[in-house]
Write a protein that binds this ligand. Structure first.
Ligand code: FES
Length: 314
């Protein structure tokens, strides 16, 4: 009995979608179409949300969902036909940028994420079609039909929203996969490797304890970033180095995110989060030492602590 119940839980159903190879053919066809329609460049970067520093899709989906939920609630009261019709129309207009950003993000996901994303997109597409039919019915004066179609649209949008949450929160689509590294490295400088171990201009992977790092030597300077790509954790040390606007950058081998090596800034998506970077220095004995970039010196931390104590005491 308990096993039967757990198999019908929404999360269990979403997990079954992850493992459904029957979806692979449509995933492949749609993914190819989206990739062809959205070649790398500023337009695709904007759809991913690179200029905003986080994926644009989660913020944009609030507009259609908010409008449509409000329309269905207003439908419960008399004399609100005009207001709910307006909300349905605004939601339909807002669903276009939401769909465009979602498709751009979806085209650069792993296969099991794409399976869930496809069903999410079908649910949202069904919701859009139902709200579109609802608007037409309302404009024709058939308000009863319009309300029923809107209720069906909201049900489909709710299923889609659940799968979107599964994709983002369980499968990590859209989250930075490199963020924890800056917090895991202890304060202060750490020995990384002898400078002579690094070949000039060649990417190398180095370990700091259990942290995987990417190092690039340029003369006597060494750039160090987290090796796990912020997008989905791809191995940056297997990527390509190229100069963009005069700055050395690394391109991830998995989906082409490009980061500036000096500070981890995103130059091209699909990644939107900065790649964690490390300050580096060379000791007199020829060792490369690193510390997390933006590190606050111990003295400043101590001084801040003393200041807080002084204020509390005063
Ligand atoms: S893992 Fe997708 S671009 Fe790096």
């Amino acid at each position: 009995m308990l096993a039967a119940l757990s198999a019908t839980r929404p999360a269990a159903l979403a997990e079954r979608i992850e493992r459904a190879p029957v979806l692979d053919r449509p995933v492949h066809a749609l993914s190819d179409t989206v990739v062809r329609a959205l070649p790398p460049g500023p337009r695709t970067d904007a759809l991913h949300g690179v200029p905003f520093g986080q994926p644009a899709h989660p913020a944009l989906v609030r507009m259609p969902l908010g409008c449509w939920t409000s329309a269905v609630l207003l439908d419960l009261f008399r004399g609100t036909e005009r207001a709910s019709g307006t909300l349905v129309a605004v939601g339909l207009a807002a669903s276009l940028p939401s769909a465009a950003t979602g498709l751009a993000d979806w085209s650069a996901l792993h296969r099991h994420q794409q399976r869930v994303g496809l069903v999410h997109a079908i649910s949202q597409g069904s919701a859009t079609a139902l709200f579109g039919a609802s608007l037409l019915a309302r404009l024709a004066g058939r308000h009863g039909n319009g309300k029923m179609l809107s209720a069906g649209g909201l049900a489909a949008a709710t299923v889609g929203a659940y799968l979107g949450g599964h994709l983002a929160l369980r499968l990590g689509a859209g989250a930075s996969h490199a963020e924890p590294i800056g917090h895991l490295a202890a304060l202060g400088w750490h020995d990384l490797c002898p400078l002579s171990d690094l070949t000039d201009g060649q990417l190398a992977r180095r370990q700091l304890g259990y942290l995987s790092l990417l190092a690039l030597r340029q003369g006597d300077a060494v750039h160090v970033l987290s090796d796990h790509c912020a997008h989905l954790g791809g191995p940056l040390h297997q990527g390509r180095v190229a100069a963009i606007d005069g700055a050395a950058c690394v391109t991830c081998p998995w989906h082409g995110s490009t980061f500036r090596l000096s500070d981890g800034a995103v130059i091209h998506g699909p990644a939107t989060a900065r790649q964690p970077a490390f300050d580096s220095r060379i000791t007199s004995s020829g060792w490369v030492q690193i510390r997390p970039a933006g590190h606050v010196p111990r003295r400043s931390v101590r001084r801040a602590g003393q200041e807080i104590k002084r204020r509390v005491a005063g």
